[in-house]
Write a protein that binds this ligand. Structure first.
Ligand SMILES: Nc1ncnc2c1ncn2[C@@H]1O[C@H](COP(=O)(O)OP(=O)(O)OP(=O)(O)O)[C@@H](O)[C@H]1O
Ligand SMILES: [Mg+2]
Length: 492
């Protein structure tokens, strides 16, 4: 097992020189906080990722920008049971936030030290956790990248608290899902952009729709070319305001499997996956197309497709890993626990393979790992929060969570801008324009025919009038001659 650190402090003093597992990073300083935003800024972005391929409008299939998985660790405060049971014992961990280090006690005089991108003490607010763990990912999604925020940790350590809390009674308690949507809604323009959401749970190796429980066997579709994972069978709800989103989360919460175990009265028995699709329209570029279709500026205006960016935020609240003897699971709950542990161990194997740069990564071993393919070793910007508890009784589980986090920090993704010319809406626009032209043509045709008819009637009436006038004149002439003739005869 890779031991990060492995070196120790004795009674707070350095015993060996401190060696911490430094996060691997191509494009960023490992000491840089998770807050940093290593993506290129907008002007550079297009050239650095080369996503829009100038005149053809196709997305260039380049490698993308390196972006290591970021890992923060969050310590849950002691709960009531721990306050009583562990009263005479020190916490199993000690956190040094300024150094972004965590010390895991081995015994009273020895501890291992680990470094993370961020370490969050038991006093860290939900707002701060959002800002360091999720906000940079949300910003990337708004810029057109895929992003993942995932919580991993032993049962009862605060994964659901960190990600899913609605905080309706106490807004300070709002979790990452709610805060992420607030930021997304604040940034997009609903006239040109759209947000849609699916909310699912992975339970005993089946994917179920948390927004429509009857939809309980959704299949995963993987695009071998782009690496994108999608769930076309899932309900997709368009979001226009925060309230309707919170309603969806509440609906999902009702349908999610949870159970009362010895370690958590509200233990999640399924992995919950929230997918937020953000589609943004960017104004098209004149130059790219004018070379294609000459200098006809009217044509350019008509044929200029806008650019769409499709970022997808995936938020994953994993079911907790648990030692079955400790959680007291039996019967059906035991079967659930086995399935949860199976998918989590498949995830652990994939992270190990990726961290070690193995040629083969066993993504296909579970639905969870298939779903997370783009999040680890794929094109998404990924931030992981590992949650731990302070109790020395769970030191083993805490150590294994820490090791999972350390290995995840070695996973390097290649972020790719999901950008393309919007030919669909161009075609819709052209269709509309064609319809308009046809209606206008029909209107002109009708007006032309009406005018011809009017002119014909007018000409006919003029002819009739001329005929009448002619007949009248003839009659008058005839009468005149008749009168003259009668007068002439009388005189004669
Ligand atoms: N940072 C925190 N501050 C205060 N209370 C917390 C914190 N984190 C978790 N809790 C409390 O601890 C309990 C367990 O948290 P939660 O249900 O989020 O754990 P979990 O990791 O999701 O567990 P499981 O894997 O069993 O689903 C809850 O009562 C929650 O309110
Ligand atoms: Mg939970």
């Amino acid at each position: 097992m890779a031991t990060a650190g492995g070196n120790s402090y004795r009674n707070g003093t350095h015993r060996n020189s401190l060696k911490v597992d430094r996060p691997l990073s191509v494009n960023s300083n490992p000491k840089t906080s998770i807050k940093s935003k290593p993506l290129p800024v907008s002007g550079q972005r297009r050239s650095s990722t080369g996503s829009i391929n100038g005149t053809t409008g196709a997305s260039k299939d380049d490698a993308g920008v390196p972006g290591r998985v970021r890992v923060a660790v969050r310590l849950r405060p002691r709960n009531a049971e721990e306050l009583a049971a562990d009263a005479d014992f020190a916490d199993c961990v000690e956190i040094q936030p300024e150094l972004k280090r965590l010390k895991l006690r081995k015994n009273n005089w020895d501890s291992d030290t680990y470094e993370f991108d961020e370490v969050l003490t038991e006093f860290a607010s939900q707002k701060r956790v959002y800002e360091v763990v999720a906000k940079p990912v949300v910003e990337s999604v708004l810029d057109g990248y895929n992003g993942t925020v995932m919580a991993y940790g032993q049962t009862g350590t605060g994964k659901t608290y960190t990600l899913v809390r609605l905080g309706e009674e106490d807004t300070a308690a709002r979790g990452i899902m709610v805060r992420a949507m607030e930021d997304i809604l604040a940034d997009v323009s609903l006239e040109t952009d759209s947000i849609s959401v699916s909310y699912l749970q992975l339970y005993m190796e089946t994917i179920q729709d948390l927004l429509d429980p009857a939809n309980d066997n959704i299949s995963i579709v993987e695009d071998p070319k782009s690496g994108d994972v999608s769930l076309p069978g899932a309900t997709l709800v368009e979001i226009r305001d925060q309230q309707s989103f919170v309603e969806l989360l509440r609906l999902g919460e009702v349908h999610r499997y949870a159970a009362n175990t010895k370690l958590n009265t509200e233990s999640s028995r399924s992995h919950a996956i929230l997918m937020v699709h953000v589609k943004r329209s960017i104004k098209g570029r004149d130059s790219a197309l004018s070379s294609e279709i000459g200098n006809n500026s009217h044509m350019v205006k008509t044929l200029k497709p806008s650019i769409v960016r499709r970022g997808k935020l995936v938020v994953v609240d994993l079911a907790g890993s648990e030692r079955i003897d400790k959680s007291g699971s039996e019967g059906h709950t035991l079967e659930e626990a086995k399935s949860i542990n199976l998918s989590l161990s498949a995830l652990g194997k994939c992270i190990n393979s990726l961290a070690e740069n193995s040629a083969h990564v066993p993504f296909r071993d579970s639905k969870l790992t298939r779903l997370l393919r783009d999040s680890f070793g794929g094109t998404a910007r990924t931030s992981l929060v590992i949650t731990i508890g302070p109790s020395p009784r769970h030191r083993g589980e805490t150590a294994s969570t820490i090791m999972f986090g350390q290995r995840a920090m070695k996973v390097e993704n290649m972020l790719k801008l999901k950008e393309e010319f919007d030919y669909k809406s161009l075609s819709r626009r052209l269709d509309l324009q064609l319809d308009k032209l046809m209606v206008e043509h029909e209107r002109q045709q009708k007006a032309f025919e009406d005018e011809i008819e009017r002119l014909t009637i007018e000409a006919q009436s003029q002819i009739s009038e001329a005929e009448r006038n002619y007949a009248d004149a003839l009659e008058k002439e005839r009468m005149k001659y008749q009168k003259d003739y009668t007068g002439f005869n009388k005189e004669a």
